[in-house]
Unconditional design. Structure first.
Lengths: 116, 115
């Protein structure tokens, strides 16, 4: 079974600043995928960034990047040049790559506030 | 491609009533997932379809819950004899069978309130 832990229930950042959201996970799988999803208030969940565990290079998507530390089972999200539209609940999630059911295991989320 | 849609968006029902939710996945997505999200929690997996076959059900899915995906297109989730503990957001997600098969696209969810 996989577990995902987000230890920061809430975080805040000033507009244009950088913020890092933490996530740790546990899995017995040798190959798996990690994700950060964004859930704005009353809006649907959107995939922000993904990381394949077999890749050593950290994933980057525009202002979003991850710090993937496989040995430490850590997967943090860095948001650079924070914008008001980044305010949302952020979920870290994992899935294994075996079988056909790629169900996601989510953490409890981190509520990000962006202050103007 | 209009994304994953779910109906209704909100449902208020009295305890003991039956409710049914519908999910329309992205066309040609073979995989379809249902999750439940309670307040302050991340989504939890309920069940998974590949085409029309329901291949896995979580222990969270009691006997009062049933899901179908006839013809491998839309899916329905029915809850019989609703209880107050069923109040939650029910999320549907789909993913393709090839390419980025591990990426799931979520619908807006159906918020269920049981009074």
């Amino acid at each position: 079974a996989q577990t995902v832990t987000q230890s920061q229930p809430e975080m805040s950042v000033q507009e244009a600043e950088t913020v890092t959201l933490s996530c740790t996970y546990d899995t017995s799988e040798s190959d798996y995928y990690l994700f950060w999803y964004k859930q704005p208030p009353s809006r649907q969940m959107i995939l922000v960034i993904r990381q394949e565990a077999y890749k050593q290079q950290n994933a980057t998507e525009n202002r979003f990047s991850v710090n993937f530390q496989k040995a430490a089972k850590s997967f943090s999200l860095k948001i650079s040049d924070s914008q008001l539209g980044d305010a949302a609940m952020y979920f870290c999630a994992s899935t294994n790559s075996g079988g056909s059911n790629y169900k996601l295991t989510f953490g409890k989320g981190t509520l990000l506030t962006v202050n103007p | 491609d209009t994304g994953v849609s779910q109906n209704p968006r909100h449902k208020i029902t009295k305890r003991g009533q039956n409710v049914t939710f519908r999910c329309d996945p992205i066309s040609e997505h073979n995989r379809l997932y249902w999750y439940r999200q309670t307040l302050g929690q991340g989504p939890e997996f309920l069940t998974y379809f590949q085409n029309e076959a329901q291949l896995e059900k979580s222990r969270l899915l009691s006997d009062r819950f049933s899901a179908e995906r006839p013809k491998g297109s839309f899916s329905t989730l029915e809850i019989q004899r609703t209880e107050q503990g069923d109040s939650a957001m029910y999320l549907c997600a789909s993913s393709p069978n090839t390419g980025l098969w591990y990426e799931q696209y979520f619908g807006p969810g159906t918020r269920l309130t049981v009074t």
